[in-house]
Design a protein around this ligand. Structure first.
Ligand SMILES: [Zn+2]
Length: 440
């Protein structure tokens, strides 16, 4: 029986999304005044292709440039050499890429590929987390954050706030345009995570004014001013809290307990040998100086055979016996952003200074953003493309999948990424060379 390749959703296929990214790049303003021999779109698309192929370095990508495939698959006319690519990308303002993220996101919305990610009453769970992706004592650029040590030495580093739509039952995530945390122009003052968080929330609302979101974050973000910002932008929240850092809330819960207002609940998961225990109370003041900010509190213990893991959150969603388990799973799903999004930056681009070059202005930030854009396209495949899912399952790991994908890309000519994935699915058999025997 013939094996039939699993179907591909046309508008969300890698090929369609590469075209969408390319046309998004084509709409961005070229900062160069004179050297226009190399196309700006080609330079951006070449960097995107390098990150999409997970090529280990710009140099390797350049050396191996498989002329036909960069053209047919990524639509690139001419790949600039690595030095030109760095020079073209370095002055590019990272904020230019926002509309390209939005285009890919909208395509998913139109293709109904967002709906399975809805978490509660049409709301999406939006996880946010800060991550560092570069640190050096010597290499630095105008955007680097700085830490001056007591002995006068300086550590240069880069951080960004990642944001992604997640779902506790779905492995794929949908990353949004990240917010770089950078040094302010012309000053030695570092940007802070709090101000970056405020910017991220404002831009999220501008990009997606009607998207219903429940923001879930680590306990360090659980402060009253941040909660007020989320409210101001019409966002719901489910934020971690810790007894050591948020003593006031825990005291209020204690007081509520004495007043008999606290509800307890528990569920047995006999198959997993786990007991889920809950305690919750609605409408308690968040902190002493902001008593008007009132929150609902949920505490949870996962009790296994030999250990108990505690978690707690504050939320503006009303906690009830019927939703307490679901809310707990949403709160715990936050690890996905650390595991999926932040590790993408770390594992595939950690030492930018070795792999891709750091630049003097924005290169490091631009490459990190393009990497997340490539990741967004990959995650769309993981969620929507049965062919991608089948090849991934067949090869057993993403690492092997990227390796095999690159090997075919460098050695054989394909008309599309779909054709390349079909080759991975059916198996690719090298034909033996034809040797003409001399029978004279
Ligand atoms: Zn830098």
């Amino acid at each position: 029986m013939a094996i039939v390749a699993p179907p591909v959703r046309k508008h969300l296929s890698a090929d369609a999304l590469f075209r969408l990214v390319r046309s998004g790049f084509a709409g961005l303003p070229d900062h160069r005044l004179d050297d226009t021999e190399l196309s700006f779109t080609d330079a951006l698309m070449s960097a995107f292709a390098m990150l999409s192929l997970k090529a280990p370095s710009l140099l390797a990508f350049d050396k191996e440039r498989a002329e036909g495939n960069v053209h047919t698959i990524y639509g690139i006319e001419r790949v600039p050499c690595d030095t030109s690519m760095r020079e073209i990308l370095d002055p590019v303002s990272p904020k230019l890429f926002r509309p390209v993220f939005k285009r890919v996101f909208r395509q998913r919305q139109r293709g109904k590929a967002l709906e399975p990610m809805a978490f509660l009453d049409g709301h999406y769970l939006l996880a946010r987390d800060g991550t560092g992706y570069f640190s050096s004592q010597t290499i630095h650029c105008a955007s680097c954050l700085q830490k001056v040590h007591r002995n006068g030495a300086i550590t240069y580093f880069h951080q960004m706030l990642g944001a992604a739509i997640i779902h506790p039952d779905i492995r794929a995530v949908i990353p949004l345009m990240p917010e770089p945390i950078v040094r302010h122009d012309g000053t030695a003052k570092n940007d802070g995570e709090r101000t970056a968080a405020k910017r991220l929330v404002g831009k999220l609302r501008r990009d997606h004014p009607h998207l219903k979101c429940i923001v879930t974050e680590a306990s360090r973000s659980s402060n009253a001013p941040h909660i007020e910002t989320l409210h101001a932008y019409g966002l719901r929240y489910l934020l971690g809290v810790k007894e050591g850092d948020h003593a006031y809330v825990f005291q209020q819960v204690q007081a509520a307990e004495h007043a008999g207002r606290v509800t307890y609940d528990e569920r047995h998961d006999r198959a997993a040998g786990v007991l889920h225990r809950f305690r919750f109370v609605n409408d308690v003041p968040r902190n002493a100086s902001h008593t008007d900010v009132r929150v609902n509190f949920l505490e949870y213990w996962e009790q296994g055979a030999d250990k108990v893991q505690p978690f707690s959150w504050v939320t503006d969603l009303r906690v009830r016996t019927r939703n307490v388990y679901h809310l707990m799973r949403g709160g715990r799903a936050r690890w996905k952003i650390a595991n999926e999004t932040c590790n993408t930056l770390k594992n595939q681009g950690y030492h930018f200074e070795h792999n891709y070059g750091h630049g003097t202005q924005h290169l490091a930030v631009v490459l990190a953003i393009l990497m997340l854009l490539a990741f967004l396209v990959d995650q769309a495949q993981q969620l929507c493309c049965a062919l991608f899912q089948a090849v991934w399952a067949k090869l057993g790991s993403k690492r092997l999948l990227w390796e095999r994908m690159r090997a075919l890309f460098y050695d054989y000519a394909f008309a599309s990424m779909r054709q390349l994935f079909e080759a991975l699915w059916y198996g690719f058999k090298k034909s033996s060379p034809l040797v003409t025997l001399d029978s004279s």
